[in-house]
Design a protein around this ligand. Sequence first.
Ligand SMILES: Cc1ncc(C[n+]2csc(CCOP(=O)(O)OP(=O)(O)O)c2C)c(N)n1
Ligand SMILES: [Mg+2]
Length: 680
Amino acid sequence: MDNARPFPRVPLMTTTRRELANCIRALSMDAVQRANSGHPGMPMGMADIAQVLWCDFLKHNPGNPQWRDRDRFLLSNGHGSMLLYSLLHLTGYPLSLEEIRNFRQLGSHTAGHPEHEPALGIETTTGPLGQGLANAVGLALAERMLAAQFNRPGFAIVDHFTYVFCGDGCLMEGISHEACSLAGTLGLGKLIAFYDDNGISIDGKVEGWFTDDTAKRFQAYGWHVVPDVDGHDAEEVAAAIRAARAEAARPSMICCRTVIGWGAPHKQGTPEVHGEALGTDEVAAARKEIGWPYEPFVVPAELRSAWDHRSRGAAAESAWREVLVRYRGAHPDLAREFERRLSGELPADWKETVSQALAAGLAQKAPQATRQSSQATLNVIAPRIPEIFGGSADLTGSNNTKFKAARELDPKNASGDYTHYGVREFGMTAVMNGIALHGGILPYGGTFLVFSDYARNAVRLAALMNTHVVLVYTHDSVGLGEDGPTHQPIEHLTSLRAMPNMCLWRPCDAFETAVAWTAAVERSGPTALVLSRQALPQQGRTAEQQANVRRGGYVLIDCQGTPECLVLATGSEVSLAAQAVSTLNGSGRRVRLVSMPSTDVFDAQDGAYRESVLPRAVRRRLAVEAGATLSWWRYVGIDGRVIGIDRFGASGKGAEVLAHFGFTAEHVSRELSELLKSAG
Ligand SMILES: Cc1ncc(C[n+]2csc(CCOP(=O)(O)OP(=O)(O)O)c2C)c(N)n1
Ligand SMILES: [Mg+2]
């Protein structure tokens, strides 16, 4: 960028808050200008608030971005990412000026919206408005729970704040209601939000579409609200933060009036500064306006050293480490457990836990709904992995998510391991992401599969950020019956399978359910467990077949010699297919049944294994799944057939609805017989 330097270089002898804030303004407008893409308005508007928070209050150590007891800082209005990148760069995180210059370029660490990059101090992605606020609720809840579990008198080893910036967009989004209402009920006193009340969103002045009284709204949620703060007055901001930190029983919302793009003389206060480069003339005018005589990307040494938080951060962390050392002496077992939990390692006896869970699955003989098998597995594993934290979006009894030994989370006693998220699927999922991002807790949460759509974007961010969460989705097909088409998932399996990095299991019986749960606990990223409402019979397996369940797809029933035909099925359809295949094989045909509880896990197996299960040469193939057929053509090919459902369901008794859509052993047999008549 070749901005003419409007002023001679003036050495600064002392630094003021405004000059420090202007470092953020200058870096932000220069980076956006250089990329000719990005959002200068929010960083320029919130720079004064950020300066006060980061220089006076935030507990962090740029030399160790993942210090366990750091305060968490999130941007829910993540389009203002240059604010965060400037702060990280200026305070001494390993985010170089080169990265700032490469803002929004392919391969840089300075993406348009900050994702999850903890090694750089980036806590979470916040591109979709409002979700950062919900993640912050999860992070604050995790802090609360870990503090209850691990702190002991004299040893507050978990004791940090969660700060989140949000804008008009975040507060317009419905998820802010879900998450903030829950945060109020839970009384998350160490959650502190800053509302960037600038009266502007993309379409212009918000007065035409957003006229809530935000202060009253948050008061009604039971939050502590600091209204009417001048977001450009450092003393007012500091006083508000002090008041918020002093409030232990309620989360705080600090409502800050700001001018978007503050400092850009002709564009500030207008929607133009929201998401466009200022233009070289306006950048030059802004330099003059804020008194910034330096070249693009130049921050004078005095200002740099005033921002540099490395030695203060290191001192803060070492003070905490001293407490940790004494804690280790006083509570050695707890200290070891704390380290294990925060490093994400499973308990030392996890293998033993897996054996017990699988044995319980094998011991189940009577037909059982896989949602009940899931609960039975939880009864075995949950008491043995203390990091587990369950819940449901008001369907605890239907999702079977509450294990026997579960202790309910109580706002006054946060040592429980089960909570009621209320009817808030999206909020629940984003809060679970926040909990997982904090570390030390493994959240799972239930709802009906059909309502995964309500949570969809948080599910997507779980996959994008690779958060370790388990999504328990029950009532997995038209087999749920009377509730009818609004409750009957059709395209959901396929759409979840289409999501990169989402692992999905749809087990067919108690044993497969136990395997799926243990795989979900072992995986570092998100897993969806898709479970039946209705009872399913148990399948017999050899030891080899038992071992192969972990591979996502395996031969459940084989025939003598080379198969003439392959049948693939998942979940509730496996038993129908098994009946049909057994009958045909009994009459001398050679049909193989492959149970495929997880297509993505199967796809990740080596080629030889996949070939051994689905030999290329066998072209007659049939897939059976009570959902959209789209998932299956890649396995059955153009010569194959799929028994699925490509329309909405119907209300009626579950078994009758299933039969209506062709999910009977007889129909599977008929389709197979047709297929066997075709050229192989
Ligand atoms: C869920 C979602 N919807 C839409 C967008 C696109 N978008 C990005 S910023 C924005 C307007 C945000 O207004 P505000 O929060 O007031 O931000 P400001 O302009 O004040 O920085 C919109 C609609 C988005 N990022 N996420
Ligand atoms: Mg705004």
